[in-house]
Design a protein around this ligand. Structure first.
Ligand code: ADP
Ligand code: MG
Length: 309
């Protein structure tokens, strides 16, 4: 089990982690979702031992990690840009970590080739890496990450540069291999679909703060606030206000949308719905409205709410 216990970090005046705590069990993946610059990579670097936290502790299997150098942590990382070594061929790249740890060439090659077979690159060990496709490069990177039997796998937006079909193959492969190896994994991404597909739990970060943590189902059903809803790609959120889906009830025939009593529409606020056929539908509150009705349809409807000028 990987535990982050109140991890804090600032660079000069900028706080990139504010007492971040979460756990990832063996064989499980946690996805850290956050906008660019929200501190996602820094969190991975802290787990890997490449950045020291100002406060808090990283624990792996109950053991404190902060005092350990990166090479003693048995952490493997994958990055968006593959980070393969161009002068080495495929098996040499996959075997790189083993060789660095002093394993003999023949053993390292055999282990690397077994691993390449597992990631779908059997028989490609002698190829040059610059001749590989993006998906193949990322398979080499996955083989290199896992060949040394790491205790944790850290994935820093590794699939972002791949096209859709390849991306989903690699996501599935990485997810399956984390489960088979029974190690915790932390995936950093800004793609909510990837997070929900790969992860058992989501960690939503905004400017260094953890704003929500739970299973994908829990978090998607009840985003904690507008920032969380936006990170999850929810459509019904605007800069000013977020309407939780449970506050809106749509009639069975799909022609009426009611705001339930639990959601109070303040005076001067307007709700609009983008209907694919009828265009913008809206209702406006000139006094606080507790139970307001507007015409709307279910399919492809986007509900947004904003303060009328
Ligand atoms: P993300 O991966 O979510 O895009 P990062 O963790 O890379 O975010 O960075 C968060 C913030 O911390 C950014 O504003 C970045 O410029 C800053 N930062 C990251 N590393 C350093 C560093 N070594 N020194 C100073 N600032 C840094
Ligand atoms: Mg990053």
């Amino acid at each position: 089990m990987l535990v982050l216990d109140k991890i804090s970090k600032s660079f000069k005046q900028k706080t990139v982690a504010r007492e971040i705590s979460f756990e990832v069990g063996r064989g499980k993946t946690a996805a850290v979702l956050g906008a660019s610059g929200s501190g996602k990579s820094t969190l991975l670097n802290i787990i890997a031992g490449l950045v020291q936290p100002d406060g808090g502790e990283v624990l792996l299997g109950g053991e404190k990690q902060n005092a350990l150098p990166p090479e003693s942590r048995h952490v493997a990382m994958m990055f968006q840009d593959f980070a393969l070594l161009p002068h080495l061929n495929v098996w040499q790249n996959a075997a790189f970590g083993l060789r660095m740890r002093g394993m003999g060439k023949a053993d390292a090659k055999r282990r690397a080739e077994e691993m390449l077979e597992e990631v779908g690159l059997g028989g490609m060990g002698e190829r040059r890496t610059d001749a590989l496709s993006g998906g193949e490069k990322q398979r080499v990177a996955l083989a290199r990450a896992l060949v040394g039997k790491p205790k944790v796998l850290l994935l820093d937006e590794p699939f972002s540069s791949l096209d859709t079909a390849l991306r989903s193959q690699l996501q599935q492969l990485a997810r399956d291999m984390v489960r088979q190896r029974d190690i915790p994994a932390v995936l950093v991404t800004h793609d909510p679909a990837e997070a929900c597909f790969m992860a058992d739990s989501l960690v939503l970060l905004s400017s260094g703060s953890l704003i929500q943590h739970g299973t994908p189902e829990e978090v998607l059903q009840r985003p904690a606030n507008a920032a969380a809803a936006r990170l999850l790609g929810c459509m019904n959120v605007s800069e000013q206000r977020y309407i939780p889906p449970e506050a809106v009830r749509i009639s069975p025939e799909g022609t009426q949308c009611r705001l339930l009593h639990c959601f109070r529409l303040p005076a001067g606020w307007r709700i609009t719905a983008q209907h694919p056929e009828y265009g913008e539908l809206s209702c406006f509150a000139d006094a606080p409205v507790h139970d307001s009705t507007c015409r709307i349809a279910v399919a492809e409807t986007q509900i947004v709410c904003f303060q009328a000028a």
